[in-house]
Design a protein around this ligand. Structure first.
Ligand code: PEP
Ligand code: MN
Length: 354
């Protein structure tokens, strides 16, 4: 059995390979080129969860011997996704070294429990992708079901979260979720999958760099010998050569910066950026609620400014400032600005022509 921990001795661990195993030639040739560049862990989807039917749903069982060939001919460690008990049995019997649980499966406690039950007594490392929805407890639950079934070697993969709103990336990174997961489970290695966050190869570098700045332990990146012709996820895959170049440009920071160093500073700044993103998101949400309040006040012929409410809020914020060791001046300024903007928004709704 592969020792998952030892794979992380050289950080970051890189897992690479095509979204899907398509043909024997494509699988073996991709692995050969990756292995020649020093990549030690190979990924390839054998069974593919597709959003809508009619797309390539994975080559299936016939692809498993190709993975065995990859192992024999390149010495790479092999990994694939499992989504049901049939996949688990086939992958384990075929000698796959590491299995991973996809984002649609980790979101489903029934499926997770079945997989966990099927893994009882099997010694294989399992990587658990975050569920498609941003729910730390659901992610934790998937991990715990596997642990309760006796699985000892577990790792985490952050692959972003689906969102209804149109965003730059395919899946919203919501960095605060993997950070919170790492805080709750510091014992588990965390791998980032920039491919499924990005959706397009042009965004891979910035996402991978950000993940490294947040000190992830590894990266899982999709790589294909002929990305444009890939049968799934064509836009986000890279040739092994392009992957190598990208990895060479990444700045890899130490796990434990000694004393005060620019590296530590960069890490702190990356954390600040995450929090600022959150603040912007919260402000956006708050302002859209103000619009609703504006409409309500209009319908009910209420005045925009309700002095008693504003006064009690300000008092509450002052108390909270004290309790949280934040300066009252800062909190007053911030909330005065937010409140003013909220009034402006409501005013525009009530008096649209102004
Ligand atoms: C994949 O890794 O190819 C995949 C389907 O991932 P996810 O479950 O993150 O969508
Ligand atoms: Mn994919």
């Amino acid at each position: 059995m592969i020792d998952l921990n030892s794979l992380f001795d050289k950080r970051p661990l890189i897992i690479a390979g095509p979204c899907s195993a398509e043909t024997e030639e494509q699988t073996i040739e991709t692995a050969r080129q990756l292995a020649a560049n020093g990549i030690k862990v190979f990924r390839a989807g054998i069974w593919k969860p597709r959003t809508r039917p009619g797309n390539f749903e994975g080559i299936g069982t016939v692809g498993l011997p190709w993975m065995q060939r990859v192992k024999e001919e390149t010495g790479m460690v092999t990994s694939t996704e499992v989504a049901n008990t049939h996949h688990v049995e086939e992958a384990v019997n075929a000698g796959i070294d590491i299995i991973w649980i996809g984002a649609r499966t980790s979101a489903n406690p029934f499926a997770m429990q079945e997989i966990a039950d099927c893994l009882k007594g099997v010694e294989i490392p399992v990587l658990v992708k975050n569920p498609v929805n941003p729910d730390v407890d659901l992610w934790l639950g998937a991990v715990e079901r596997l642990q309760d079934a006796g699985i000892k070697q577990i790792g985490l993969i952050h692959r972003g979260f689906s969102s209804y709103e149109k965003i730059l990336y395919r899946n919203a990174p919501l960095w605060q979720i993997p950070i919170e997961m790492k805080r709750r489970r510091p014992d588990l290695h965390l791998i980032c999958d920039p491919s499924h966050i990005a959706g397009k190869r042009e965004y891979l570098f910035e996402i991978a760099q950000k993940a490294l700045d947040l000190n992830v332990d590894g990266l899982m990146i999709e790589s294909h010998i002929n990305p444009d012709k890939a049968w799934s996820d064509a836009k986000q895959q890279l040739t092994p050569a392009a992957l190598q170049e990208m990895l060479g440009n990444l700045i890899i920071r130490d796990i434990m910066p000694q004393g005060i160093s620019p590296k530590l500073l960069d890490e702190l700044r990356a954390k600040i950026d995450v929090i600022d993103d959150l603040l912007i998101d919260l402000l956006k949400k708050r302002m859209s609620i103000s619009e609703g309040i504006g409409r309500y006040k209009k319908e009910n012929k209420m005045a925009v400014l309700q002095p008693a409410r504003w006064d009690s809020l300000l008092n509450k914020y002052m108390m909270m400032a004290g309790e949280n060791s934040l300066s009252r001046e800062l909190i007053t300024k911030i909330f005065q600005a937010i409140h003013q903007e909220s009034i402006n928004i409501q005013d525009k709704i009530i008096n649209p022509k102004k």
